[in-house]
Design a protein around this ligand. Structure first.
Ligand code: MN
Length: 414
């Protein structure tokens, strides 16, 4: 027999180019950015249920929300802060005094203060000069430190801001006492290579020791960019369960964790075998269905239908599975359908100790294929119609909105 390994792994070849931090701390954004997914709302109790699971699974920091948003949001943060979880409870604030005070009052041990850095945000959204942004950042970081909090300084849209300003801003925030520096690709326009360049430049200029990235998925690159950041030495990636978040979402917790664990052999401290369960819990409480083809936690992530694939899997799972489904707490499924082959049938029949020979086997296969091709799309058509209706108009319906408006004392007049 050959001494050759079953599969070659080339990840070792690139190891010298990776600067993965000795300890990677996951900062989960499911309850803040994830809740900003259109139409998503978590009650305080739901936030607690998710936070408990996140903490158990090994996430280090949990962004519980922005207390100034509403009394209920503040109550959520207080509930989580008082729950005695192993994970640190963080709350977010604009660099606005009222926002920061709301975090101080919430009992959270960690504060993230954020302000935009790019020119388009400064000129059109904030209508502030760079000097004003800098001053408000410094003031907020100082206030957080005075209150005894761990302070992360975050800029929105960091990667579309002038680098000289980025450098000045982060250095000022650090001098004011910021413990962690967070770089955001707020609209998801980075690519792994460009992001790596940006972060190396940032490191050269600012020399951060504890730093984070916040990557969005507008071009489907959130996980790839987060991985590039980890390769550049960033030690605290922002993630969301199921990749939830504004628009196309954030880097997915399960994807980032498994890239590190399964591909690079990094011990993340994340209990990956609980990720599937966590994914389903967040799916249920957020109301955002996990895509069937979602990496690692999607319904099809470990399903095999094609005869060639199923046959391979039954001989050795490495043929068509890069990792065992048990690794994320999922289960392998062999699907009976148009592309099914005999190997899958034989395996399926074993479940009840049935053994079929030709020509019965061929006949059974013919019937299965015929059944599948004959249609059966009705159930998914119904589901899709409802799904489209729901997700074309998430949040408050137009009818409800105008009803509220007409009930107002003044606007109510026709
Ligand atoms: Mn975001």
């Amino acid at each position: 027999m050959s001494e050759r390994p079953l599969v070659e792994s080339y990840h070792d070849r690139t190891a010298p180019q990776r600067r993965i931090a000795p300890t990677v701390t996951f900062w989960d954004e499911t309850l803040r950015d994830g809740e900003q997914t259109p139409g998503v709302y978590f009650s305080p109790e739901e936030k607690l249920r998710i936070a408990e699971k996140l903490s158990d699974i090994g996430v280090g920091v949990i962004d519980a929300g922005i207390p100034v948003v509403s009394p209920k949001e503040a109550a959520s943060v207080r509930l989580l802060a008082g729950a005695g979880l192993r994970a640190k409870i963080l709350a977010s604030a604009r660099t606005v005094p009222g926002d920061v005070e709301a975090v101080v009052d919430s009992g959270a041990s960690h504060l993230a203060v954020f302000i935009a850095a790019s020119e388009v945000h400064l000129r059109y959204k904030l209508q502030m000069s760079q000097e004003e942004v800098l001053a408000s950042a410094v003031r907020s970081v100082r206030r957080g430190k005075e209150a005894g909090l761990h302070v992360a300084f975050v800029t929105e849209d960091t990667v579309r801001a002038p680098f000289d300003f980025v450098e000045r801003l982060y250095k000022a925030a650090r001098e004011a006492g910021a413990d962690r520096l967070v770089i955001s690709d707020t609209v998801g326009i980075m690519t792994p290579l460009t992001f790596r360049w940006f972060l190396e430049e940032f490191q050269r200029r600012v020399q951060p020791t504890d730093w984070s990235v916040h990557c969005h998925n507008d071009f489907g690159l959130a996980t790839a960019n987060t991985l590039a950041a980890l390769e550049a030495g960033v030690n605290c990636p922002h993630v969301c369960v199921n990749g939830l978040g504004e628009r196309a979402g954030n880097a997915a917790l399960e994807e980032v964790a498994l890239c590190l664990e399964a591909l690079y052999g990094v011990n993340t401290g994340i209990r990956t075998e609980s990720l599937h369960k966590l994914s389903r819990l967040v799916e249920e409480l957020s109301g955002i269905p996990v895509a069937a083809n979602k990496a690692l936690v999607g319904y099809n992530a470990f399903s095999h239908e094609a005869g060639i694939h199923t046959h391979g899997i039954l001989r050795h799972t490495l043929t068509y599975e890069p990792l065992q489904p048990e690794r994320v707490g999922a289960q392998r499924q062999l699907i009976l359908g148009k592309h099914t082959g005999k190997a899958a049938l034989v395996e399926k029949l074993k479940e009840r100790g049935v053994q079929l020979e030709e020509p019965e086997l061929a006949e059974l296969l013919r019937q299965i294929k015929q059944r599948t091709e004959a249609g059966g799309k009705e159930p998914s058509r119904h589901l899709l119609a409802e799904y489209r209706e729901l997700f074309s108009h998430p949040g408050l319906s137009d009818t409800e909105f105008w009803k509220l408006v007409s009930a107002l004392p003044v606007a109510g007049a026709p």
